[in-house]
Design a protein around this ligand. Structure first.
Ligand SMILES: CC(C)(COP(=O)(O)OP(=O)(O)OC[C@H]1O[C@@H](n2cnc3c(N)ncnc32)[C@H](O)[C@@H]1OP(=O)(O)O)[C@@H](O)C(=O)NCCC(=O)NCCS
Length: 179
């Protein structure tokens, strides 16, 4: 393809039928996933009001995707977080990434959000340059900690104690053997 933005470039919301192309792009991003698993993820995100995924298509073929969601924390006002962005190496440098990021920003603006955030691995220098080019400022460097959770050995939220058991607990002022 020549080095200009393709005329027939368009972005639309992802559908489960895009799973195979999206999985291939995820592998390009460094996160391999099967098309079946990707389809489940797409279906799960489609049910979330605070999340969207757009694909960039040229002549009907998917060449990139962006994943955006509302990030809510106590210590900051809600922002839109780009959770993932990838453009096929076949069409990089032709405005596809810009088109996708514009979609994500419009999505955020429509929801009244005033800020965007994206976390990029320190080694992804090309992506850093891309974000700087798109008006993002580099504001922080963080360490990321992850943990794999096993199956819970006890219920996460304690169930309320049955009334019969509560009655067996000695009450203050009662005739218990308190020392
Ligand atoms: C980062 C990425 C999404 C950019 O997509 P793209 O389609 O190549 O970017 P665009 O063509 O829309 O570029 C938009 C602007 O950024 C600039 N740009 C893009 N890549 C750049 C780079 N590596 N270095 C410097 N500038 C860059 C372009 O020159 C363009 O600016 P201009 O129009 O003024 O020339 C793409 O390179 C990619 O998928 N990389 C691998 C995955 C990745 O790192 N994803 C980000 C994870 S956080």
């Amino acid at each position: 393809m020549p080095n200009t933005q393709p005329d027939d470039l368009l972005a639309r919301e992802i559908t489960p039928e895009d799973a195979e192309a999206a999985a291939q792009l995820s592998e390009e991003l460094g996160y391999p996933v099967s098309p079946a698993e990707m389809k489940q993820r797409i279906e799960a995100v489609a049910r979330l009001p605070d999340h969207a995924i757009y694909v960039a298509c040229v002549a009907g073929t998917v060449f990139g995707w962006i994943d955006v969601g509302i990030c809510r924390h106590l210590q900051s006002e809600p922002r839109a977080e780009i959770g993932g962005l990838v453009v096929s190496s076949e069409v990089r440098g032709r405005g596809v990434g810009r088109h996708l990021i514009t979609c994500a920003e419009s999505w955020a603006r429509q929801r009244g959000l005033r800020g965007m955030v994206v976390r990029a691995q320190i080694a992804r220098e090309e992506a850093h340059n891309f974000y700087l080019r798109e008006g993002y400022a580099r504001t922080k460097i963080s360490a990321v900690f992850t943990k794999t959770l096993g199956r819970p050995s006890h219920p996460t939220i304690p169930a309320p104690m049955p009334v019969e058991l509560l009655e067996l607990i000695p009450q203050p002022g009662g005739d218990s053997d308190a020392r």
